[in-house]
Unconditional design. Structure first.
Lengths: 203, 203
DNA sequence: AGGGTTATATACCGGTCGTTATGAAAACCG
DNA sequence: CGGTTTTCATAACGACCGGTATATAACCCT
């Protein structure tokens, strides 16, 4: 009933930090993908034995979902902020630069956790794929809504299609993550972003 | 020494068509990725037993490489044709429309074989990943060269960066494949392409 | 017909996968 | 101190992985 208000804990205390272990698991899923990440990879990176992992996180799938939440919360927060930009062009620029900055951060794995895990692999990962796609879809809807608002505000010409513009922008973001994960240099990605911005109409 | 000029064959003839079996294998790798495709998946789709597969194709990795060659030869031929377009804009339009058409073909799997297998999975697939990336890189260089030619011909303004423009265009192509593989409708992708074309400067 | 050669079919190999049963260890309570 | 509860460590489970040993069947040649 209570919200588990930390009642001093009864049994033997756990010897690892759940949040740290989750961050370690995220790095593994991020670099190897859901199916490519074995439990051995995960437990070694997390510094935790198998039974402890299952006791703390349920199973591999729910561990992945918790790691995905952490990823969105910590690594994709620039998306929400980008939508607050005053103009449509500002939104696009903030998204592109945010994606670029993510690839530039040398302390994190390359590529995008979402992109990596949205491509089909084995059949067992279908529910994972759907979970990832669901979140991507909701992000897309938020951008579409933002561009529709921009259109209503006269910030975008009447002839533009918010859906099309969103798909276009997301394609660029996906391309940045993909090329970053494929080993493109920072200079490559900066050129990509620069070119993208030079293409945007209201320069 | 000879180019294996079909010397009537000596032993028991094989009971399956190598090219057909390879096409079936391609579909599996295309939908499931290299690691997601098990030998059971492959042999069932190809209608071939395991020893026959190994006798005809070597092992899983070399089977994948042969399937990748088939993929490029039959499904990515639009890229080479696109580079023959007279203008840079014509090249971009042919590439975008070619990628769109590939996703529209309902008889083939969605997504792009190259994109699917270039994202990191297990460590065993590293050589596969490198092979795929190598081919992508050579395609990129061909597009860069084409845009440099366009610039020399006065077809592109002096201030454009061929590398940046190529990365930008490839990002769009990757986005099309990714969104197509993620379940986007044909209408979605058409809007994406339409928007991309409307962005291209020399309308 | 019979040897040589190549493809087929069945069954199996060691290894790894995700998951869990078992029992000891460490904290709390009384 | 014993009793309870939770975590830790070891080891094992069945299922599947990529790859192969073995034996049989179908073709050519002489």
């Amino acid at each position: 009933m209570k919200t588990a208000a930390c009642t001093v804990a009864k049994g033997r205390p756990r010897e690892f930090d759940v949040e740290e272990a989750l961050a370690a698991a995220l790095r593994i899923f991020w670099t190897k993908g859901y199916e490519g990440a074995s439990l051995t990879d995960l437990t070694e990176a997390m510094g935790v034995t198998r039974p402890s992992l299952y006791a703390a996180f349920g199973n591999k799938e729910s561990l992945f979902c918790k790691a995905l939440e952490l990823y969105e919360r910590e690594k994709l927060c620039y998306i929400g902020r980008a939508l607050d930009a005053p103009t449509a062009r500002g939104v696009a620029e903030a998204l592109l630069r945010g994606a670029l900055e993510r690839q530039r951060d040398s302390s994190d794995p390359k590529g995008c956790m979402g992109v990596i895990n949205s491509v089909a692999c084995g059949a067992e990962a279908e529910s994972i794929r759907e979970e990832v796609l669901k979140r991507g879809e909701s992000a897309k809807r938020a951008i579409v809504a933002r561009f529709e608002r921009a259109k209503a505000e006269g910030d975008l010409p009447d002839h533009v299609d918010p859906e099309g513009l969103t798909g276009y922008l997301i394609a660029l973001l996906q391309g940045i993550a993909l090329q970053g994960g494929a080993g493109a240099t920072c200079a490559d990605l900066e050129r990509l972003v620069q070119t993208s911005l030079s293409m945007w109409p209201a320069r």
